[in-house]
Design a protein around this ligand. Structure first.
Ligand SMILES: C[S@@+](CC[C@H](N)C(=O)[O-])C[C@H]1O[C@@H](n2cnc3c(N)ncnc32)[C@H](O)[C@@H]1O
Length: 978
């Protein structure tokens, strides 16, 4: 066996992956791994057949009967307690028992596929291509039961999702918006200990699993570097050792990649088997890729054939093979304009018409109308030399011969649900409606042969690895592979995230696609790959997890982010080959053709987060990485998280220039976000039940929340203000905590701020627990200054925060403030009513009129900044003169009166909106709407909230987290009470 370098293999384990001797699994001992698999496949088959029998028509007498009987298939995911009752309630509306079971299947995200196909892909109990009925047993055997007496305390931790994108493991298999495992490892090390259980219910290609296992097998150089970095950052040393992991995804295409990444296999056996398959395929269909060199004798091996779309000339109507005319052979560039080969007219791609041709559909035998393509260029090799040529009669004869062969047996014929697909309009009008339409005949035969051989491999685990390997050719060998004349490799030039059929397609050969892939895979997965029993995978919706309550130690997750990537649609082309397809009903996505808007997305995400919250141990953390493209989507996900019971403690975004994280305090961010949220610990939730709606409940929440926040954050030798510790954010979190639990908020903002100042020590505008403040002071002494958060003034609320920041630093007169204020308000939002500086000052701050004692806020500023004013009594004439007309931040005890006045003004304005006959309000005061919604909510006047919300432009409502919270609450409560 070759010697392995530190970075070469994936997991540094010497034990063979395919145990020869007895294996232990879920407390049972099996003669070998094959016996283990057979045993659990038998159980899975029984369960699937039982379900099938029920679907087949054994009638249920009542819903209760159905639920009872499904409970008897005990391990299928039906959630626990309330979730089970809710499911029963939803199923109650089914018409027949068949309908009922189908509803259950949709709810749990049961993929569409025949039993045999699901079994073929599964490797139970570790992996099932459907919901995994064995996962609860896994927790029973290997999880650590939740013990409220075991102390657990961690601060939020940010992740850099751009780390590790060139790592060979990351590149071993692509997936839409993949997060590299090396970006996840530090988080897992921070939040967990060896043996803990990590969960990712939107696992995609399963990188969270790879990261969890990597914690136990990282090479020494990696460990050294990370430990050095953590030491520099003042963190404790990580505890190395593998973590266990539960991975789930709705898409079988995703979980299959994840299973192959995470379950052990014998890489040598895989490499041998893959080699044999490639050789056999070469023998059987190698002739398809032969071409004659220009000498007419020597045989060359085709690397790829470029097919060009055919158009007609607008002048002479002659057919134009686009590539033949537009490609400049010298520069290898496609020309913008070129002459018509028939009449010489100037042509561009846009002034020509597409040509459609009628063909015989090879699957149905019917007529198939499709845009016309013609082979235009062949790139081939003789020995190691590369040549290119135009296809000649010999090449065309080979292509005809291939077309006449019988239909390739493995080639799927599924029809794409184009009417329900966002990208349906890209493919349907051009004649690509079925999976087999996406492959030219030669690629279809090649893939079918490869697939057949991989599927037939006797060893179940190696078979799956072979499918993992072959599957990586499906998309690049399809008509989606663009020919890009300026690129050296054409091996995978598919436009990601869409179904885009280019005008020039590079139809690549088997060798071209697979030879180098096999070499890199064998190197990457060099040796025995992890150990059994660490990773457990299922295929189904995260809205229904078969995990017990309070059983998970940490969640790392990268959920779908609205409407950018249509996972199920994109996976369709792959899953059709597996013959097991995603159940799209529970896909959390914004997808108009599937009747899923932002609201449905939020609802589906909330259900998933509720499950996350149920299974996570109290006091434990969840990291959500989120690719933010639209603020409305970001708000939807935030709201879903809060409504599910999580408390958000930190939101960060990567500052690409600085390479460090910035705190996110506004909603206007269109970047990758890292959200750290925790499940309130059992103590708080329990206590809150008794103290809800009282001051005691408020301060209990604040105390618990402060405990979860970072104490000191520094950057470049400067301390950073921790946004979450500021009074207004603490207030917002406290309000959200109450509202999400349907409890009246007992304190106004001013009362809250006053109470906060009385109870908790304040430093640099942040609040701490008494035991935290000593640590803050100690670390604060070592840095020169505190970096203020940069605030952007876009509306009344941010203007108030900005003014507060200015006036805390320096009480100022109107004249001093005004020019600065005008500079700040350039980004004021269109819908937000413009406010004069004087109005903002009067409603939120105090002005010293020169009479009586100088307020201490101004006094301390003047005495520390003006030598001549030092140590003067507050009543001194000179001091009073200098202080006159300066605005200052009222101390918390006095702010109450001001707030009451302001609230009255805001509510008056809200009343106008309510009574307005306008259908849509164009310009309004968001703060007035917020105040009005809050009051209406406290008074259970949900109808007012809904009525006013409907007058507000949809985008404003969806982009404002506070309005969205009240509105959602009103909708839910209205539904409950009606
Ligand atoms: C952003 S991707 C995750 C990519 C992953 N981080 C990786 O590295 O490959 C989101 C995934 O969520 C899945 N998904 C969508 N709705 C789901 C649901 N209700 N339950 C579970 N998974 C779902 C999609 O199939 C998709 O694979």
């Amino acid at each position: 066996m070759a010697k392995r370098s530190e970075n070469q293999g994936l997991f540094n384990l010497e034990t063979p992956a395919k145990p020869q001797g007895p294996v232990e699994c879920l407390g049972m001992t099996f003669e070998n791994d094959e016996a283990r698999r057979e045993h659990f496949l038998g159980l899975l088959r029984e369960g699937l057949e039982e379900l099938h029998a029920k679907l087949g028509g054994v009638p249920f007498t009542t819903v209760e009967d159905a639920v009872e009987r499904m409970k008897s298939v005990e391990k299928w995911p039906m959630g626990d307690g309330a979730r089970r009752r809710e499911l029963a309630e939803r199923m109650r509306h089914a018409d027949s028992s068949k309908d009922l079971l189908q509803r259950w299947k949709d709810e749990v995200g049961f993929p569409h596929g025949e039993i045999e196909d699901i079994l073929n892909l599964s490797d139970p109990p570790y992996y099932t291509a459907c919901p995994n009925p064995f996962i609860a047993d896994f927790i029973k055997h290997y999880g650590k039961p939740y013990d409220p007496n075991v102390p657990y305390s961690k601060e939020p931790f940010a992740v850099d999702v751009s780390v590790g994108k060139t790592d060979p493991i990351y590149k071993a298999h692509s997936y839409h918006t993949k997060v590299p495992h090396l970006a996840i490892v530090p988080s897992i090390l921070h939040y967990t200990e060896p043996g803990d259980v990590v969960l990712d219910g939107f696992c995609g290609s399963g990188m969270t699993g790879v990261a969890a296992q990597w914690c136990g097998s990282a090479p020494e150089n990696y460990k050294r570097d990370l430990e050095a970095l953590w030491e520099k950052e003042g963190r404790d040393k990580p505890k190395w050792g593998p973590r266990r992991v539960v991975l789930g995804d709705l898409a079988p295409a995703a979980t299959l990649i994840a299973a192959n990444y995470n379950l052990p296999f014998d890489v040598n056996e895989f490499a041998r088997a893959a080699r044999r398959i490639l050789d056999e395929v070469e023998q059987e269909i190698g002739w398809m890729y032969e071409t004659l060199h220009t000498d007419g004798k020597t045989k060359g091996r085709i690397e790829y054939t470029v097919w060009s779309e055919v158009f007609t000339c607008p002048d002479c109507a002659g057919e134009v093979v686009f590539l033949s005319e537009a490609l400049d052979p010298k520069t290898k560039r496609v020309k913008e304009t070129f002459p018509c080969p028939h009449c010489g007219a100037e042509l561009t791609k846009n002034n020509m018409e597409r040509v459609f041709e009628s063909r015989v559909d090879p699957a149905s035998g019917g007529t198939w109308k499709r845009v016309k393509f013609q082979p235009a260029l062949i790139v081939y090799k003789i020995s190691n030399q590369r040549f290119e040529k135009k296809p000649d009669s010999h090449d065309l004869a080979i292509l005809r011969r291939i077309e006449e062969l019988p239909y390739p047996q493995e080639l799927p014929t599924n029809r794409f649900p184009t009417e329900k697909m966002y990208h349906g309009s890209r493919i349907r009008p051009r004649g690509f409606t079925h999976v087999h339409h996406f492959f030219f005949p030669r690629a279809a035969h090649a893939l079918s042969t490869l697939w057949h051989k991989a599927k037939a491999y006797p060893d179940n685990r190696i078979k799956k690895m072979l499918l993992f390997f072959v599957e990586q050719g499906i998309t690049p060998m399809s008509v989606l592979n663009r020919f890009r004349s300026n690129q050296t490799s054409q091996s995978n030039q598919v436009l990601t995230g869409v179904y885009y059929i280019p005008s020039q397609i590079a139809e690549i050969s088997v060798r071209y696609r697979y030879e180098s892939k096999l070499r890199t895979l064998s190197k990457t997965f060099y040796t025995a790959f992890s150990q059994s029993g660490l990773a457990w995978l299922h295929t189904g919706s995260t809205a229904q997890l078969a995990l017990p309550d309070n059983s998970i130690d940490y969640i790392f997750t990268d959920p779908p982010f609205g409407e950018n990537i249509f996972y199920a649609d994109l996976n369709f082309l792959i899953e059709a080959w597996y013959r097991v397809l995603t159940n799209t009903i529970s896909e959390a996505i914004v997808d108009k053709p599937k009747d899923k808007g932002l609201h449905e997305y939020q609802y589906l995400m909330q259900r998933c987060f509720e499950e996350y919250c149920r299974v996570l141990k109290p006091g434990r953390w969840m990291t959500v990485v989120f690719h933010n493209s639209r603020n409305a989507v970001w708000n939807a996900i935030q709201e879903a998280m809060l409504a599910a019971g999580f408390v958000v403690a930190d939101v960060r975004t990567l500052d690409k220039q600085q390479g460090s994280y910035r705190q996110v305090t506004s909603t206007a961010v269109k970047q990758d976000l890292v959200i750290s949220a925790y499940k309130p610990n059992g103590g708080l939730e329990e206590r809150f039940k008794l103290t809800a709606g009282t001051e005691e409940g408020v301060w209990d929440f604040v105390r618990t929340h402060l405990k979860q926040l970072p104490v000191f954050v520094s950057k470049d030798g400067k301390a950073e203000v921790i946004a979450e510790r500021q009074n207004y954010l603490l207030f917002d979190r406290m309000v959200a905590f109450h509202v999400q639990r349907g409890v009246t908020v007992p304190l106004s903002a001013a009362e809250f701020y006053a109470g906060l100042a009385q109870r908790f020590p304040e430093r640099d505008g942040m609040y701490f627990l008494p035991e935290q403040v000593a640590e803050y002071d100690k670390k604060r002494m070592k840095v020169k200054e505190v970096l203020q958060l940069r605030l952007f003034v876009t509306d009344e609320s941010s203007a108030i925060q900005w003014l507060k920041q200015q006036l805390t630093r320096k009480p100022q007169t109107f004249q001093e403030l005004h020019p600065q204020f005008l500079k700040e308000i350039g980004g004021w939002q269109k819908h937000e009513k413009p406010l004069e500086l004087s109005e903002l000052l009067e409603q939120n701050f105090l002005r010293y009129d020169g009479k009586g004692e100088v307020p201490s806020q101004i006094h301390s500023y003047l005495s520390s900044n003006f030598k001549e004013l030092r140590n003067l009594p507050k009543i001194d004439e000179r001091l009073r003169a200098k202080a006159k007309d300066r605005w200052y931040v009222p101390d918390p005890n006095k702010a109450g009166d001001l707030e009451k006045l302001r609230e009255r003004a805001l509510l008056r304005e809200f009343e106008e909106y309510r009574e307005s006959k306008q259908k849509r309000l164009k310009v309004f005061r968001l703060e007035a709407v917020r105040a009005g919604f809050k009051k209406a909510w406290q008074e259970r006047d949900y109808a007012t909230i809904i009525a006013v919300a409907r007058k507000i432009p949809e985008n404003v409502l969806q982009e404002d987290p506070k309005l969205l919270m009240w509105y959602d609450q009103a909708l839910t409560r209205m539904g409950e009470e009606s």
